[in-house]
Design a protein around this ligand. Sequence first.
Ligand code: IVH
Length: 676
Amino acid sequence: MATELDPASRIAELRELVAHHSRLYYEQDTPELPDADFDRLQRELRDLEDAHPELAAEDSIINTVGGAPSAAFAPVEHEVKMASLDNAFDLDELRGWGERLERRLGDERSIDAYAIELKFDGLALSIRYENGELVRAATRGDGTTGEDVTHTVRTIKDIPHTLTGSPPPVVEVRGEAYMRRSTFDALNEAQEAAGLKAYVNPRNAAAGSIRQKDAAVAATRGLSFWPYQLGQVVDGPELQSHTDTFDFLTSIGFTVNDHTRKVDSLDGVVAFIEEYQNRRHDLDYEFDGVVTKVNSLAMQRELGSTARAPRWAIAYKMPPEERATRLIDIPISIGTNGSATPYALLEPVFVGGVTVTNATLHNQDQVAAKDVRPGDMVIVRRAGDVIPEVVGPVLSERDPKSVPWVFPSDCPVCARPLVRPEGEARHRCPFADCPAQVRGRIEHFAQRSAMDIEHFGERTIDLLVTEGLISDVGDVFLFDPEDLRRFEGFGDTSIENLAAALESSRTRPLGKVIFGLAIPHVGSSNGELLAKAFGSIDAVAAATVEQIAAVDGVGPIIAESVVEWFASDVGLEIVRKLHEGRVRPEAPKVSTLEPTLTGMSIVVSGGLANYGRAEAKEAILGRGGKAPGSVSKNTTALVVGNDPGASKVTKAEDLGVPILDEAQFEVLLETGELPT
Ligand code: IVH
């Protein structure tokens, strides 16, 4: 248990947890923890570091903002740091913040006005205008260096390309890009109709859309933007207050959010919070809190900032919402790999802005720990819009005759016994021919990131499996689409479409095909690695554990799993059927370059004359090197072109990493030698 650890171990553990969830949240746009739980971890870490200054570290994750910028986008150094905000989780903490500020200001002065606004749930942007023209837009990144997303930001209608009024020569407008709920619902409908994965929430959809390589895709997403701060301003007007900032933003052509208020005390802030708590779902966009800022800019300057956040602002986080509803039943769902997961089937309940009808209960032990029973009234919580959770039963309303729930002994799909392997938390259906698993594997095979078979959705797969027309992924290219004609909903067009889709999937890239086979432990990146290393399915199938484990990035567990799969009856049969079904995967391009950079890690910053950003990266990867986006102690060399990132250069100097110009880079590419 966490609380039993000594502070040093708990701090170490928390730093790891926070780092992991920060990566998922900020860099990959795929959080797996509800926001409130993520906040709680960060809070615990901050409190522990505060309580044990001897264990605190300046470079602790808690003093960083957001995530590392992705190497997929050009880095942008922020002229003025993009800070984060400190949080208050209840009204006492909010009042505590106000009192600290008053103490800091001393007896003579006190805060006469606070500006309040909503805390929008989206992605922070800094948009730079020079002489009134939009020149660059960047994400927050780690607060110092963001990602250049000018191309996608230009597609946002709320963001002017040319400012109106009399803009100063340089002005950076900061605010939140977000997706309206209505836009989000429409996007997800379209995703589902196209057989694609739905986005978890509008925040992720917005972040994912901004961080698209292709501006045309972002343009279809209908993003919106609320401005709320200024970054660098050169020769701007004399602004006295945050309210002036909003007027200025309006004067240069931005629309500011109108759910704002200027109040003279924290009582006014509390009243605003109480009002908006109840209006959380009335607006067409999500907000997860309320931001209060000291209105006077002079006072803001005087109060200053900590390493992470300004002292003059605080975000009050709205608590996760909880509602009671009836637990109708605890059914079991069977996953692609046979895992048997209990979930709560609920009477529909509106919580956290959506109607919830089911929630995972994870496994037998979790159900036992919560002791929820079919028929109970239960509390459902939905925080941060990730996944709804059953908190526990309302014991006072329990039927006295109810008995604890027992994990069913048989698979609900194939009716054969479930097992719970020794030492594991999960039950499994051990029969690979269980229709639930067959369907799951075929859906996995057909999905976009694998064989990408269009017009081959859940319904068609379910029908084909139920009717016995296909029984494994090998049959996907062997059955005759004409056989579907006798079923309702299948006519000339749908059959032709499916046949054409199957034909074009026969030549999918090899890595995608390998990933599609659902070999245990082989995800899409391992699929690519195997494809690159072996070049054909038959070559992978013939490889030994040692040969596979020798591939850079592939470990022994994966290697064993691959060999075992290809040697199994199932594997042999599937490979045979893929050949019979004329599947001809496209082999990966093999680099013809000399592997001069094996084992080296080269960072490029700034513009080079002979290489675009992507080309420089290709030149490194193609020669067996790595090309990460940031400098670390493992960096072999930093290559600098025009206008390189200042923080990278400083870091390289600090760490003693050699700094090369373009000519030296070319020598390195050619020979693998660093200049002496
Ligand atoms: S002001 C220096 N105002 O919250 C202070 N931030 O948790 C800069 N956010 O990075 C932020 N709504 O992405 C501010 N009305 C608002 C906001 C807001 C949302 C986000 C922003 C920031 C994050 C910090």
